[in-house]
Design a protein around this ligand. Structure first.
Ligand code: MN
Length: 474
């Protein structure tokens, strides 16, 4: 794998400190258990198999009750939340920050620059805080301004062998300097804007204490800095982190329908029609003869159970059952016990507000120009009528705010007997045709528990049929 490193050093340290660029492993928006745990375990596998890799699991939404339970049970932290994939200063390869104390003279600055072959030095105070910068241009200007003015004086100085002094202290030189600095978290778009407005050549990057970390130059923008991602449990742009178009996708590992994001290079794209991404990760580990830590094996078990509803979902394959059993053995746990604990932690919608119920596991799709959203949550037994009404009201708001053509909410019974379907659309024909129902509000579908296998495909079919009809009539 390509390894990009950011080098940071100052003159006191002879060996540069290498910081590896992170590869973010990320699941889909409104992450479910499978999305979170497969990101965590795949990052662990990447780091084990590729020592040069610095894979880090991240998430793009809150974790649900079931997920936070299993993370706690197996001793994992909740992955870092990221807002978007837009490049930041930390994703650029910066020049090293070479520092000079403010008491040192401009002459010493020049010596340091020559030795390091650098175009500028950062002047720092006793706390290592940046006071300003001295560039080769500054030195040249300083020298030239001290040159004799007319030809005779020039000839004089040549004869006397007089040298030009640069004794001014760096700190005095930078006193009234107006410099622009960046922090590692600043978005590259902001850097572009500042560079457009200010005609400087070097921009110091500082940390939260004001200490210099590196120097950003225009050439670093031309290298098009970007974040690196591995997508797990999704491959559609509509479910991915915002700004992914500006990032580099290195791999995709998924078990959903294929409607993938675009990449500009060939990548490893693993798509296997099994019950969970955790199953694929478990299989990849065993194919590579990697023995997972018991905690990580337990975490993958939770991902498999969650996505397959403990093998009750029609998405379940032999491979899911096989992986879950061998991972459970490695983890030293009982699958039935784990499932029971997860149900208690995750299927309680009591006290949840309707928005959170809808958002807890919500996916967006774009089909034939229509925007649709399908949410799913697990429930125990019958859902009280007032909860149904509140969720429906919230769906109407969400449909309007988010301009959804169709919103569907699956309230799936944890025993997998079926799902209560709530829906909202200006066009009732789509749902009525997809499921052969007359309902205008909600209905129960026996044995329907899988969004991707039992709910999404008939809706897509109904939308396509309608689109064909419209085309024929026009
Ligand atoms: Mn999944």
């Amino acid at each position: 794998m390509l390894l990009c490193a950011l080098f940071r050093y100052n003159l006191e340290e002879t060996a540069p400190q290498v910081i590896k660029m992170p590869v973010y492993v990320v699941g889909h928006r409104n992450p479910d258990c499978d999305s979170i745990v497969s990101a965590i375990v795949y990052a662990e596998i990447k780091n084990l198999l590729e020592p040069g890799c610095s894979a880090q699991p991240v998430r793009i939404g809150p974790v649900n009750g079931e997920t936070s339970y299993v993370l706690k049970k197996f001793g994992f932290d909740v992955p870092l939340l990221i807002q978007n994939a837009y490049p930041q200063v930390k994703d650029a390869s910066l020049d090293p920050a070479i520092t000079v104390r403010k008491e040192e003279s401009l002459f010493q600055c020049w010596q340091v620059m020559k030795k390091a072959n650098a175009k500028c030095v950062c002047v720092v105070d006793d706390d290592n805080k940046l006071c300003g910068i001295v560039t080769t241009g500054d030195i040249a200007r300083e020298v030239l301004s001290r040159l004799p003015l007319d030809e005779s004086e020039f000839e004089d100085s040549k004869r006397s062998g007089k040298r030009v002094p640069l004794e001014v202290a760096a700190g005095v030189f930078t006193e009234d300097q107006d410099i622009k600095t960046f922090t590692l978290d600043d978005p590259i778009s902001e850097v572009q804007e500042v560079m457009r407005v200010f005609d400087y050549k070097q921009f110091p990057v500082i940390d939260e204490h004001g200490q210099p970390l590196g120097i950003m130059r225009r050439k670093h923008l031309l290298e098009r800095p970007s974040k690196w991602f591995i997508l797990v449990d999704h491959n559609e742009l509509s479910q991915a982190v915002e700004g992914l178009g500006e990032a580099k996708i290195l791999e995709i590992i998924d078990h959903h329908r294929i409607n993938p994001v675009q990449t500009d290079q060939p990548i490893m794209f693993v798509n296997y029609p099994c019950g969970s991404t955790s199953t694929i990760i478990g299989k990849m580990a065993s194919d590579k003869r990697l023995t997972l830590r018991p905690e990580s094996a337990g975490l993958l078990c939770a991902g498999i159970l969650s996505d397959t509803l403990a093998f009750r979902s029609p998405t379940t394959t032999e491979q899911d059952i096989f992986q879950a059993r061998s991972l459970a053995e490695r983890a030293g746990i009982c699958l039935e016990d784990l499932w029971r604990e997860m149900l208690t932690a995750g299927s309680n919608i009591d006290g949840m507000n309707p928005r959170d119920i809808i958002r807890s596991d919500f996916k967006e799709y774009h089909i034939e120009g229509l925007k649709l959203g399908i949410g799913q949550t697990m429930v125990h037994g019958t859902v009280p009528p007032d909860v149904i009404r509140q969720v429906q009201e919230e769906m109407a708001n969400l449909a309007e705010d988010g301009r959804y053509d169709l919103l569907v909410m699956m309230l799936t019974d944890v025993q997998a007997s079926g799902s209560l379907i709530l829906w909202h659309s200006q066009d009732p024909s789509l749902i009525q045709e997809a499921f052969a129902v007359k309902s205008r509000t909600h209905f129960f579908l026996d044995a329907v528990v899988s969004r991707k296998k039992q709910v999404l495909p008939p809706i897509i079919e109904a939308i396509r049929k309608k689109a064909r009809r419209l085309k024929l009539n026009s």
